[in-house]
Design a protein around this ligand. Sequence first.
Ligand code: PLP
Length: 283
Amino acid sequence: NTAYLNGEFLPLAEARVPVMDRGFLFGDGVYEVIPVYSRRPFRLAEHLRRLAASLAAIRLEVPLADAEWTHIIERIVAAAEFQDQSVYLQVTRGPMAVRNHAFPAVATPTVFVMTEPLVTPPAELREHGIAAVSAADNRWHRCDIKATSLLANCLLRQRAVDHGCAETVLFRDGFLIEGAASNIFAVKDGVLLAPIKNHLMLPGITYDVVLELAAQHGLPTQVRDVLEDEARNADELWMTSSTKEVLPIVMLDDRKVGAGGTPGPAFKQMYGWYQQFKASVMR
Ligand code: PLP
């Protein structure tokens, strides 16, 4: 499995980063996860745009041009043994001479790319849906940055696992925000409800795809603040992410979502549109 580290292609097992790297000591870095279907990156331009936004937010320059990122990704993807992949890309503020929270005068960013097999959720999860727990969102106020400092997200996702669930749905001050590692949509009376993008949630690439597909196929949509009560009483809840695509949440905190506690009709439509769209851009 080939990786890229600071200008070099090398086997992943041989990639090494100094312990004084700010990514290691502070989680001072940003990342992207890009799904690759049949060796074709999905929505690469959008992922690179979000990476640039994350880097700007943490005051790092974009270390490589889009054409260079694309070349690196293509090379790693071509070298992998598997067709469907999940490319992971990370930029940290690099090593420091002595441990100091403040930035080094001149940062030498660490740039890392690797690929892993993409395991899309088994059909069973789409057919029966997944269970989720809820939690108060205790993360910071810059969740729009795709930062590698993911301790809060890890604790929140583990909470789901501890309850035998697949995801934790986060509420803040009475509003639906997102999942521990996903965006969350609600459906009520045939209308798709999407929390409006702001500094409290990650602007998901899949979130955008879902909204585009809803618009294209005429699914009524409202992008606005969604109340916790609205989410809890929704007919359907979905989670979306690059690796999970779209999944129906049928239980939230041991309560059925909607009447049936089964995947709803809007989900089934959206899942179909999503697969169709994937196939059309991968051709
Ligand atoms: N929200 C959080 C906190 C995430 O970690 C992720 C990514 O996995 C998402 C949302 C979904 O974003 P994307 O659709 O770009 O994968």
